[in-house]
Write a new protein. Structure first.
Length: 582
C-alpha cells in the first residue's frame, strides 16, 4: 500500500480494507467536527468569543487534508480529540463550568476515541475527560469561574442545538462504523467464498493431476515392465552366449534405472500430496536386506568395493512393515553409497535399539560437509554442484527416504566427515510379527507339476506374452487362455472352466476391478469363487486396496517373476502335486 499519498488523494480512496476504512472514519469525524464548530460560530451566545469555533473548524479541516498520510493516522486522531477537549473546556468555562450545556460533548468523546484508536487510547481519553470535568467542578466550587447558566432565549436555543447535535453526531458515528463493519463482514464472506471456490478448484485440479500422474505412470511402466519381463526370458535363452548376455544385462540395467526414475517421481508426487499409503504386512528382515543388497553387491564388486551386511541377532526374524517402502529406502541409501564410494567398503546394518529398528548404510566415500548435511534430504539437492555435475541424478532419493521415514513414524539422519565417508541411518518403530502361513513350505512340492488352467486378462499384447512365458516356465503342463479385456474374460468364464484368473487392473471399457466385481457376483458358484490375482504396473498401496476391495485375492506388481507367481498361486490353490480339479 502506498503510504506517500498527497493531500487531495483521499478523493480517490477505495474502501477495500479495515486500514482504509478507519481513515475514512477519521476523515468523516474531522469533517463533522469542523462543520459543527463552524455552525456554532454563527449561533449567538454571548458568554464566549465565537472565534474559538472558527479557529477550531479551520484546524479540523486542515487536519483532514493530512488523513491520506497513513503514518500520521494516530497523531491526527489524537490532535482532533485534543482540539475537541480544549474547545469544549474553553466554552464550558465561560458558559457555566460544570453546569454548561457544552459539557454534554465531553460525554461522547470516548466513542470516537474507541472507534478511531482502540481500547487503550480510549481509556486514556476517558481519563482526560474525567479530569476536565473534575477541574470544571473544582473551578466552580472555588469560585474561579461562574457556575451560573444564562437563561436568555439565545442561550436556550444554543443549549438545545448542543443536545440535538450531540445525539445526531453520535448516531452518525455509530451508523458509519456499523456500515464499515458490515462492509468488512461482506468482504470477509466474499473472501471466504472465493477461498472456498479456490479450494474446490485446487481439489479438482489435484484430482486431475493425480489421474494424470496415475495414467502416465501406468503408461510409462507398462512398456518398461514388458522389456524387463522379456529380458529375463531372453537372458535365460542366451545363458550360453556371454557376449549377447552382457548386452541383455545392459538393457536390463538401463530399463531398471529408468523405471526407478519414473517410480521416484511418481512416489514423490504422492508423498507431497499426502496420498501415499503404507501397506503393512509381515516382512522377514534378513530376506528383505538380502533382496536389496544382492544387486548392489555386484555393482560394488565391479568397483573393487567390499559390501558387508549384518543383522543384529536380537532383532526378530519377522516384523510388521511395508516391505516395498522399507526396501525402497534401503535401495536409495545403498545406491548413494555405491555411487560415491570408489574404494574401501560399505557396511549395511540392522540393529535393535530400545523399541526401534535402526538401519545404517556406512561408506568410505568422499563424505559430506557439515553445512550441507541437512540440505541433502531436500528435493533436487546434492552435496555440492560438482557432485551434481559428476554423478547426475534427480536428487529425489534422499528426500523420498526422509518422507517415508516420517510417514512410518520414524526418523532419519546422516553423520559424515568430509574425506572419510558418510553414515546414513533411519529408525522405524517396527513391531514383531508371526511368520505368514506357507512362508516356510517348499514351493517345489506343491503346484509345480499341476496341469492348471489359467485365464490371463490384459489389453497389452506384450504383457500377455510376458505373463504367458512366466506361467509356462513355472507350469510347463499348464493351459493358459488369453483375453484382451474384461468383457472377453467374462464371456470365457461363462463357456470354459479355469482354476485361476490373472487380471490386469487398468484396461479400456471394463477394467480389472469391475470385471472382478462381476465375476464375484456370477450365478455359478465355481466361477464366483475363482481365485483372482491382480496385475498392475502401479505400486502404491491405494491401488492395491482398491483391487482387494473389488474382490481380488492378491495383487502382484509388474513385471511378475516366477518365484512370486509360484508362491502366490501355491497359496491360493492349496493342492499338493496334483491337478486341483482331480
Amino acid at each position: 500500500m502506498n503510504t506517500s499519498r498527497g493531500p487531495l488523494s483521499f478523493l480517490n480512496f477505495a474502501v477495500v480494507s479495515v486500514y482504509s476504512q478507519r481513515h475514512w472514519l477519521l476523515l468523516c469525524c474531522l469533517l463533522g467536527a469542523g462543520a459543527n464548530s463552524l455552525l456554532f460560530y454563527f449561533v449567538p451566545q454571548p458568554g464566549y468569543n465565537h472565534m474559538a469555533n472558527l479557529v477550531a473548524a479551520g484546524f479540523y479541516f486542515a487536519l483532514g487534508l493530512f488523513v491520506p498520510y497513513h503514518r500520521a493516522y494516530t497523531l491526527l486522531s489524537n490532535l482532533a480529540l485534543l482540539t475537541a477537549v480544549l474547545l469544549m473546556s474553553y466554552i464550558a468555562a465561560n458558559t457555566g463550568g460544570i453546569n454548561s450545556p457544552a459539557m454534554v460533548w465531553m460525554t461522547i468523546l470516548a466513542v470516537p476515541a474507541l472507534l478511531l484508536l482502540g481500547r487503550r487510547w480510549a481509556l486514556g481519553w476517558v481519563g482526560v475527560v474525567l479530569l476536565v470535568i473534575l477541574l470544571q467542578f473544582v473551578a466552580v466550587m472555588q469560585g474561579w469561574i461562574s457556575g451560573e447558566v444564562d437563561q436568555s432565549p439565545d442561550t436556550i436555543l444554543w443549549a438545545l442545538l448542543d443536545k440535538v447535535l450531540v445525539i445526531v453526531s453520535l448516531m452518525l458515528i455509530v451508523n458509519f462504523y456499523d456500515r464499515m463493519h458490515q462492509r468488512q463482514m461482506d468482504e470477509v464472506e466474499q473472501g471466504n467464498a472465493d477461498l472456498e471456490a479456490t479450494q474446490k478448484a485446487l481439489i479438482l485440479a489435484q484430482s486431475h493431476k493425480d489421474e494424470f500422474i496415475a495414467s502416465v505412470g501406468h503408461e510409462l511402466r507398462t512398456p518398461m515392465n514388458a522389456i524387463l519381463g522379456l529380458n529375463g526370458v531372453l537372458q535365460a535363452e542366451l545363458a550360453d552366449q556371454p557376449e549377447n548376455l552382457e548386452i541383455a544385462e545392459h538393457i536390463r540395467e538401463s530399463t531398471e534405472q529408468l523405471l526407478r526414475l519414473v517410480s521416484d517421481i511418481l512416489d514423490f508426487s504422492q508423498l507431497e500430496a499426502g496420498q501415499l499409503k503404507l501397506l503393512e504386512q509381515p516382512v522377514h528382515l534378513k530376506e528383505a536386506l538380502h533382496h536389496v543388497i544382492e544387486p548392489f553387491a555386484q555393482k560394488a564388486q565391479e568397483k573393487s568395493v567390499v559390501l558387508h551386511w549384518n543383522v543384529d541377532p536380537a532383532l526378530p526374524d519377522w516384523v510388521m512393515a511395508d516391505g516395498q517402502r522399507l526396501r525402497q529406502m534401503l535401495s536409495n541409501l545403498l545406491d548413494n553409497a555405491v555411487k560415491f564410494t570408489h574404494q574401501g567398503q560399505i557396511h549395511v546394518r540392522a540393529k535393535h535399539q530400545e523399541g526401534w529398528v535402526r538401519f545404517e548404510v556406512e561408506d568410505t566415500g568422499r563424505g559430506i560437509p557439515l553445512e550441507r548435511q541437512e540440505q541433502v534430504f531436500k528435493r533436487f539437492e546434492h552435496a555440492d554442484i560438482q557432485t551434481k555435475r559428476a554423478y547426475g541424478g534427480t536428487g529425489l532419493g534422499l528426500a523420498i527416504c526422509e518422507q517415508l521415514a516420517f510417514l512410518q513414524g520414524g526418523r532419519i539422519g546422516v553423520n559424515s566427515t568430509p574425506g572419510q565417508g558418510a553414515l546414513f541411518w533411519f529408525e522405524l518403530p517396527l513391531k514383531t510379527s508371526d511368520a505368514p502361513k506357507l512362508a516356510n513350505e517348499s514351493i517345489s512340492t506343491r503346484t509345480s507339476n499341476a496341469a492348471l488352467r489359467f485365464l490371463l486378462v490384459d489389453d497389452n499384447a506384450v504383457n500377455l506374452m510376458v505373463a504367458r512365458l512366466v506361467l509356462n516356465k513355472c507350469w510347463p503342463d499348464a493351459s493358459v487362455t488369453s483375453a484382451a479385456g474384461g468383457e472377453e474374460a467374462l464371456a470365457l468364464l461363462d463357456s470354459q472352466s479355469f482354476d485361476l484368473v490373472l487380471m490386469d487392473m487398468i484396461m479400456p471399457e471394463l477394467d480389472g476391478m469391475e470385471a472382478t466385481r462381476r465375476l464375484r457376483a456370477h450365478a455359478r458358484a465355481e466361477v464366483a469363487s475363482l481365485p483372482v490375482i491382480g496385475l498392475t504396473a502401479n505400486t502404491n498401496a491405494r491401488d492395491r486396496e482398491r483391487c482387494l476391495h473389488a474382490g481380488m485375492n492378491e495383487v502382484l506388481a509388474k513385471p511378475i517373476d516366477s518365484k512370486t507367481v509360484k508362491e502366490t498361486v501355491d497359496r491360493l490353490i492349496p493342492h499338493t502335486g496334483q491337478n486341483p480339479r482331480g
